[in-house]
Design a protein around this ligand. Sequence first.
Ligand code: MG
Length: 312
Amino acid sequence: MRSPTRTPLQGLPERVEVYEVGPRDGLQNESAVVPVEVKAELVRRLVGAGLRTVELTSFVHPRWVPQLADAEQLLDLLGPFDGDLLAGVRAPVLVPNARGLERALARGAREVAVFVSATETFAQRNLGRSRADALAMAADVVGPARERGLDVRGYVSMCFGDPWEGDVDVAAVVDTVVALAEQGCTQLSLGDTIGVATPGQVVALLDALDAAGLGRDRLAVHFHDTYGQALSNTLVALQQGVTTVDASAGGLGGCPFAMSATGNLATEDLVWQLHGLGIDTGVDLPALVATSAWLGERIGRAPASRAVTALT
Ligand code: MG
C-alpha cells in the first residue's frame, strides 16, 4: 500500500496523540444500527492498528442516544479496562451526568468525558438546558471523578460556529473552556461541531485561551470536515503546539447539523498527513484503512475518508 513521503516541517511536535472517536462520536451519529459484536470487533481492530486512545462508548440514557444503548454489553465483550485488550490503551467513556459516572465507575473506567456547548442556543436546543445548567451538570461528574483518581476530558462543542447563532463569541468559548478546566478537567477538546472554522480562527482561539492561562498542553482539537477545512485547521493547531488531535476512523459520523455526509475528520487522512510530516503516531495505516473498509461494508456506507478511498 502506498505511503506518504516523509518530509518534516519545522516547528511541529515530534509525536501526536491520535484520539480515536469513531466507536463513540462516529457511531452515535450514524443512522445505521450497528450490532454490538461489530462494535467490539471495531475496537479490537482499532487497537490492533496501533491506536492508543480509543473512546469506547457513552453511558448516556438510551432514549437520547439509542445507537449506544449497548454500552454495558460492549464492555462485556471487550473485557475489563485492565484486561488484555485495554490495559495499555487510553479508553475513555462519555458520561453526561452523575448516573453515567456511576455506571462508568462500576465498570472500572479510568477516564471519562463530559460535554458542554460553548453557545447558549445549542445548549438549549440540543440538550434542553442552559449553558450554566450544563456546566453545573458537568461539575457533578468532574469533581467526583477526579476525587476517585480518574482523568476527565471536557468536550466543548460549537467553539467556532453554531447552527443557529452563526458566529460564536470567542469570549464565551474561553469562559466555557476555563470553567471546565477549573472544575478539574485534565484535557479540554475544542470542537468545531459544524465544521466551519478556518485556520485564523483556530489560532485566535488558542491565543485567547493562552491569555486566559490555558496552555496548549491541556488542549485537544476536534475538527469536522464539513467545509474541507479539518486538515488545514489541524496543521495550524500543531504549529501552535497542540499535540492531541481527535479523529474518527473512516470519517465515521456524518454531520447532523449540516446537509453533508462529511463530519468528523477521518483518522486515515490525519495519519497520512502526520506520517508525511515525519510525525510518529504509532498507527499502522494499512491496518486502519482495512478496518474502515471492513466497517463500511458492515454499515452499508463507503467511508468518508479520502485516504481510504485512495488506498482501497
Ligand atoms: Mg465530532
